[in-house]
Ligand binder design. Structure first.
Ligand code: SF4
Length: 66
């Protein structure tokens, strides 16, 4: 599973990082600092919760078979 993030559209409210700072690291200004993350085994549900938490809907979950 991968996380893809439309970084340019991030508004920096840090909802994703509140779910997981590991999967959704922020830069010094509080915006998401990554555009693609490989989700470690066992962190899939956290990844999905983080994606759902983004009010801007800029986080996409990509399953392995896609
Ligand atoms: S929740 Fe969405 S808008 Fe907020 S910091 Fe994370 S990616 Fe950016």
């Amino acid at each position: 599973m991968k996380i893809r993030i439309d970084k340019e559209a991030c508004v920096g409210n840090a909802r994703c990082a509140a779910i997981s700072e590991v999967l959704y690291p922020l830069d010094d200004d509080g915006y998401i600092s990554v555009t693609e993350v490989d989700v470690p085994a066992g962190m899939e549900s956290l990844a999905k919760r983080g994606a759902r938490s983004c009010p801007e809907r800029v986080i996409t979950i990509v399953e392995d078979d896609q």
